[in-house]
Design a protein around this ligand. Structure first.
Ligand code: GDP
Length: 210
């Protein structure tokens, strides 16, 4: 079966560079979609699954890169961006402030950012980190798409009802917001995620008339 064009493009993702601050980011031109999530939310697994590459996001986990912003090029003008996550327990407050400053800076300064994908473990939704991201999306009027990860850990009915509950809690979010179930383990939700990324990155859909 032919792959959809977004899937094809994502499968071409290549590590481009790591940046410690906004000055080190690639030129601010084209389109970027940023991925964010608390540590252990399943962000690396989601990036790997969506790009069809088993080790791509491991780059972001190598020592020395975990606090950096990691860029993956899809083509000349499109990029995925892996934002540093952190575990509340593990990081000292001073480090966390530093991290938050870099992230704030990236989120505020980057003209090419077209959307934010937020990963939340379906068993632990709407933690402080997630609220911070939602608040920023609201302030910046930045579209946000939530992957409720590890959906395979719950029965379908329970996963669906969690999704609906979170959806209703976020119904007054002032910026464009969407959410879906996702599992890097069994591939649930990949098509929906590709659709959203294709829309944001302006990847042309195949001509249905042919
Ligand atoms: P990150 O810290 O957000 O990048 O999280 P990882 O992608 O490293 O995942 C954290 C843990 O959750 C790992 O043990 C993964 O194997 C597990 N995990 C990630 N995604 C899924 C999923 O969709 N289903 C299940 N069952 N486990 C997952």
């Amino acid at each position: 079966m032919a792959q959809d064009p977004t899937q094809r493009l994502l499968h071409q993702a290549r590590f481009l560079k790591s940046a410690q601050n906004v000055e080190q980011c690639p030129p601010d031109a084209g389109f970027e979609v940023a991925f964010a999530g608390r540590s252990n939310a399943g962000k690396s697994s989601a990036i790997n699954r969506l790009t069809g590459q088993r080790t791509l996001a491991r780059t972001s986990k190598t020592p020395g890169r975990t606090q950096l912003i990691n860029f993956f090029a899809l083509d000349e003008e499109r990029r995925l961006v892996d934002l540093p996550g952190y575990g509340y327990a593990k990081v000292a407050k001073s480090k966390r402030n530093e991290w938050q400053e870099h992230l704030d800076h990236y989120l505020a300064e980057r003209q090419v950012l077209v959307g934010l994908v937020l990963m939340m473990d379906i068993r632990h939704p709407l933690k402080d980190f997630d609220l911070l991201m939602l608040e920023w999306s609201a302030q910046a009027n930045m579209p946000i798409h939530i992957l409720m990860t590890k959906a395979d850990k719950l029965k379908f009915g329970a996963a669906k009802s969690t999704l609906l509950k979170v959806q209703s809690q976020l119904k007054n979010h002032p910026a464009p917001l969407s959410l879906q179930l996702f599992s890097a383990t069994n591939g649930t939700g990949c098509e929906a995620a590709w659709d959203k990324l294709g829309e944001w990155l302006e990847i042309a859909a195949p001509d249905q008339s042919e």
